[in-house]
Design a protein. Sequence first.
Length: 309
Amino acid sequence: MKWGNQLLRKRHLYVLSALCAIILVGCKSQVKEASLVSDIGEKSIGIKDIGDTQINLVDPTSGKMVKQINLTSLGYFQDENQYKLNIKKIANEIGKQIDQKMIPSRMTSDGIWKEGKPSYELFEKELVEDLMDVGMWERSRALPIVKKRPIAQSKDANRNTEVIGKYVADIVGTANGKIENIRLSANTINGVILGKGDRFSFNALIGDTTPDKGYQLGKEIVAGKLVDGYGGGVCQTSSTLYNAADQAGLKMIERYSHSKPVGYVPIGRDATIAYPYFDLVFENANNVLVQIFMKVEGNRLTAEIHRLI
């Protein structure tokens, strides 16, 4: 593939050099000096001061241009290795801009169906490969973006269910703020339905635990120390959910432990949350839909995973 890429770019240069040799006037605004040498041995075709060759990278899901890149300044004609490093960096930057985790659909506790939101993922490796083979005459390229919508529909919430995973944890501490934060986050998760291949992301669904959403000050662990923070306590929600989901056989994609042991789950069975950095993400890899139920009763938090039948 590497030789093919080099040969492709040499052909581009050869064609451009030949055109300049035949119709010099037509090329002088873009090429000040051209040299055409043999491909024998280590010699190659070279062109100096090639004008800007720009390509628009387009989001196929919206038709909008995401970024315009300049092949010349990225080293397309000069240094293949440097060019590849540059486009890897660009792919990573675009990925941060495009990638969004799925927000699954759910039936709220008061019987309202909330439609989820699709996930968007840029295949960065594929983009790099595309740009390694791009032609200098091209003016646009579609980004390799995959959009996935939640599978569940409102009618699925009326189906019979069977428990396949359950975990109950005592709520440690009696601070009102912490208990309310656990109750609020658990209520937001309650009723989520995941189809095959759908992913649950704690951060995508809950978001930042800010006061305008009703979250209060509570104790949370930061760098091994207990400090006050809005949303303190939601890690007990995520840890309880993690244990139920793991018991149900859901595929864990992302999970992190606290910097010190917590009292509400065994050591190594916790799932810390720090928006937007640390998340709990799992996938329903089963052939059936599953639904999440969470509730607070007294000083106990319960998470259940049900199989829809």
